[in-house]
Design a protein around this ligand. Sequence first.
Ligand SMILES: [Zn+2]
Ligand SMILES: [Zn+2]
Ligand SMILES: [Zn+2]
Length: 353
Amino acid sequence: MKLFQCQVCDNVLYFENRTCERCKHRLAYVPELGTLSALEPAAGDTWTALAAPDRPGRLCANADYEACNWLVAPGSEQTFCVACRHNGTIPNVSDPPQRAAWQQIEVAKHRLFYTLLRWNLPLKTRTEDPAHGLLFDFLSDPPETQGPKVLTGHDNGLITIALVEADDVEREKRRKGMGEPYRTLIGHFRHEIGHHYWDVLVRDGGKLDACRAVFGDDDQDYGTALQRHYAEGAPPDWQEHFVSTYATAHPWEDFAETWAHYLHIVDTLEMASAFGLEVKPRLGGSQDLAVRVDFDPYGAAGIQPIIDAWLPFVFAMNSVNRAMGNRDLYPFVLSPRVIRKLGFIHDLVHGQI
Ligand SMILES: [Zn+2]
Ligand SMILES: [Zn+2]
Ligand SMILES: [Zn+2]
């Protein structure tokens, strides 16, 4: 994620801000420019973004629910922004807890779209591609007696996110129950979209053989593989080959987990770069841990510069978190095999396979 600044008063802004705290200007993200902009009211229901003053646009309709702060492209007839037009079922907005949960989910979803747009990845709505277009359903569980709980997952472009995952207590309970070191809403989005882009870029992109050479043969029965994973757990040496225990379940899950980690790493490093972070430990001897994050990881030439910056940066950030009594920022180990898999995702995203 980049760092944004108010065009009126230079205040530094978060991606989610709707108003500048200093000058009180309304703010919106302009996806075509990849920037957050202060707004001035223009004709009718349009606003002038000071970052692009010649192109007034409307706010996404989800701004009414404080669920979106993006502008619809100027001249577009669309009601929703480029991120929200992929929404299918949304929660009941007249129910305050559901609405609050949805707002949390939208924060994570918009950060995902920031990344997808940075790489210009193919994005088709369900209207544009009725069979495989990208669609999100945000579903709340039925009452206890009426059927099974909602499962977060992906099926042919349809990504379902269980609304209850926005509940910190419930999500933490699930994290502990599954023995996971990390569970977040943005993690769910980055994982599930990995399945979608496996369909789009690997299966439909003619990259199956190249992908199988790295992630293994995905021809094995998925249902049986998952059952085996839940019955037996991960093999003892999983860390040498996989980024997480869940990645061991099936090559599709390995791909989605590795994809999610690649997104975690690139976006977090971009934030570090925006702040000009430098790690320079006051230690004698080897300076393997010294790094200055001063490049754009979204445009990196290969996986190696990303990893070379990530490892020292994460060691520093994990240490900072431990000093504060928090869990590690990034509680994972990247083995050489996993780095090779991340390299495949890098090349795939950049069209280099
Ligand atoms: Zn301002
Ligand atoms: Zn929107
Ligand atoms: Zn999955």
